[in-house]
Write a protein that binds this ligand. Structure first.
Ligand code: ZN
Length: 203
């Protein structure tokens, strides 16, 4: 079986939509229509247009990455606060299309800083978590998750899942920025391998 590539890109927001969506379109075209990516968006910094434009592309799915992406934002979130933020994300999507929340129910904490309340809120709201291996012992057993490998450079095989990882950022100077590592993303897009959304590889 050919391992699928999972491309998850962090920090999608108004500041990046203008240049990033055309670039993602190019990856999609160069892949012969195989390319897919899960965008971890900053809901509090995503106005209607940037949300609608991404949601209108079937090869993208939108997940939530904090609310405003403040430093250690989720460190002290309670279950109730978490549930309120998740509901706000879904409501933001439904503002534009009543029956469509736009957001896939997957959450990634900014800077990978989580809390027991965050995990409890995700569980209670039936959301999944995208997480870092440093948090593995903290994730409740019942919570569905996509956890990167300890080694997750772009193109590295996952150590457990039948997946090639392509984790990156819209911001540059992160070591895995979409533009600074464009060659790696293009190489994967043109590899002929299938792509999967994060929602398709949750365990
Ligand atoms: Zn981030």
């Amino acid at each position: 079986m050919t391992d699928a590539i999972v491309c998850d890109l962090d920090d999608y927001c108004d500041a990046h939509a203008g240049w990033a969506l055309p670039l993602l379109d190019q990856l999609y075209q160069r892949s012969g229509g195989r390319f897919k990516a899960t965008l971890f968006a900053i809901p509090g910094r995503l106005c209607g247009d940037a949300l609608i434009d991404a949601a209108g592309r079937p090869y993208l799915e939108i997940a939530a990455h904090g609310w405003g992406h403040a430093l250690r934002e989720c460190e002290h979130w309670t279950q109730e606060q978490t549930a309120e933020v998740l509901a706000r994300c879904l409501a933001a999507g439904r503002q534009h299309e009543e029956d469509n929340p736009y957001y896939t129910a997957i959450f990634k904490a900014p800077y990978w800083v989580t809390s027991p309340g965050l995990y409890a809120g995700l569980l209670a709201s039936n959301w999944a978590v995208a997480d870092h291996p440093q948090n593995l012992t903290r994730i409740p057993r019942a919570l569905r998750r996509y956890v990167l490998s300890p080694s997750h450079r772009i193109g590295a095989a996952h150590h457990v899942l039948p997946v090639i990882q392509a984790h990156g950022h819209f911001t540059n100077e992160t070591g895995n920025g979409l533009r600074e590592c464009l060659g790696s993303f293009v190489g994967l897009a043109e590899s002929g391998r299938p792509f999967k959304f994060v929602s398709e590889v949750l365990v």
